[in-house]
Design a protein around this ligand. Structure first.
Ligand code: TTP
Ligand code: MN
Ligand code: MN
Ligand code: MN
Length: 366
């Protein structure tokens, strides 16, 4: 009963970057519920409380088996009173009354619907909801609503881009992106990053990172790739953001900040392999694609940052700052004790600088 090794054996780190979390989630019934609670709080602008539910869900995702009894959560980190009550109710009754209530809530449902549109975030969704709008039809017929270019594309291609992208489609896109990149610069390479690099079977988009050996070519290569897609008549939407990268900059303290690399958010026509959409009279579907092109010496930091998951990234930075006195972001790793930047050629180098065991991309689904 007082096995001294039992405690260390079951000790799970409160940091996602010290846990191995594969796609094999044995506690989906609990994590789905906790994530609905988190999302509902985010829709109300309550990021802090929502993070508690996100962390609780993440801990459960890393467990080797399904929870059967509440006592099993006793020694787990990041599980607060609220999360435990939700888990207990689900163990006992199969669902959480609070979660069911949220899923039927008009505000939650409308916010969920509106923010599913490319270019529409929680702020825009909220403002539409507050104006009494409840459906896409009402939004599109409301004279006071002014859609920006991204949102216009989001509605135009909604049916296609709200459908998950498969791994097969991601591989087909990789060939298209690779062909375009190599035609512009034969020594550049393309790697898949984001959710597909973590082993996901489906994604909301496909993320690619481009490695260019020549310094300062990052903006030029992306503009040339975009031009090539245009000339191939497969470009449906493009938002190119040129590099604002400054080598002297210290890592940002704010996680949400976008990075400064040259990047573009695209909607691409992807040819369908077999059946053609007879009704729509077209043999392609629209797919969201993100491209990022960091300078060569920043590749490892950018790859690590773009691989995700969001919670894994958040905890890497938090761990670096609180446990190691180092600042990490998508561009660099800075040691506050010695006032030096720590160089890295690979992701392994960054984990080593932080004194962390290496976590493979498919183990970062925190
Ligand atoms: P997403 O493509 O949003 O998410 P995902 O690939 O994990 O999941 P999904 O299957 O739904 O597409 O983002 C991928 C990673 O890119 C995420 O960890 C955040 C990161 N990212 C940055 O680091 N900087 C940026 O400027 C942007 C746009 C994304
Ligand atoms: Mn398993
Ligand atoms: Mn993605
Ligand atoms: Mn993306």
């Amino acid at each position: 009963r007082t096995n001294p090794s039992a405690k260390t054996e079951s000790a799970l780190s409160p940091y996602a970057c010290q846990r191995r979390t594969t796609m094999d989630n044995h506690n989906k019934i609990f994590t789905d519920a906790l994530e609905v609670l988190a999302e509902n709080l985010e829709f109300g602008g309550n990021q802090g409380p929502s993070l508690a539910f996100r962390r609780a869900a993440s801990v459960l995702k890393s467990l080797p088996a399904a929870l059967k009894h509440l006592q099993e959560t006793q020694h787990l980190p990041c599980l607060g009173e609220h999360s435990r009550a939700v888990i207990e109710e689900i163990i006992e009754y199969g669902s959480s009354s609070r979660v069911e209530e949220i899923l039927n809530d008009e505000r939650y449902r409308t916010m969920k619907l509106f923010s599913s549109v490319f270019g529409v975030g929680p702020k825009t969704s909220e403002s539409w909801f507050c104006r009494g709008l409840r459906s896409f039809e009402q939004v599109l017929n409301e004279p006071s609503v002014r859609l920006n270019r991204m949102q216009t594309a989001g509605f135009l291609f909604y049916e296609d881009i709200s459908k998950p992208v498969s791994r097969t489609e991601a591989s087909a896109l990789k060939i298209i992106v690779e062909e375009a990149v190599i035609s512009v610069n034969p020594s550049a390479t393309v790697s898949i990053t984001g959710g597909f690099r973590r082993g996901k079977e489906f994604g909301h988009d496909v993320d690619f990172i481009i490695k260019t050996p020549e310094a300062g070519q990052e903006d030029a290569i992306l503009t040339a790739v975009i031009e090539r897609f245009k000339s191939q008549n497969i470009l449906l939407y493009s938002d190119f953001q040129e590099s604002t990268f400054d080598l002297r900059q210290l890592p940002t303290h704010c996680f949400e900040a976008m990075d400064h690399y040259s990047k573009c958010f695209l909607i691409i026509k992807l040819k369908r392999e077999q059946e053609t959409d007879a009704r729509a009279g077209r043999d392609w579907r629209a797919v969201r694609v993100d491209l990022v092109a960091p300078p060569l010496e920043r590749f490892a930091y950018a790859l690590l940052g773009w691989t995700g998951s969001t919670l894994f990234e958040r905890d890497l930075r938090r761990f670096a700052r609180l446990e190691r006195g180092k600042l990490l972001d998508n561009h660099t790793l800075y040691d506050k004790a010695t006032n030096t930047f720590l160089p890295a050629n690979t992701e392994e180098d960054i984990f080593a600088h932080l004194g962390l065991e290496y976590i493979e991309p498919w183990q970062r689904n925190a």
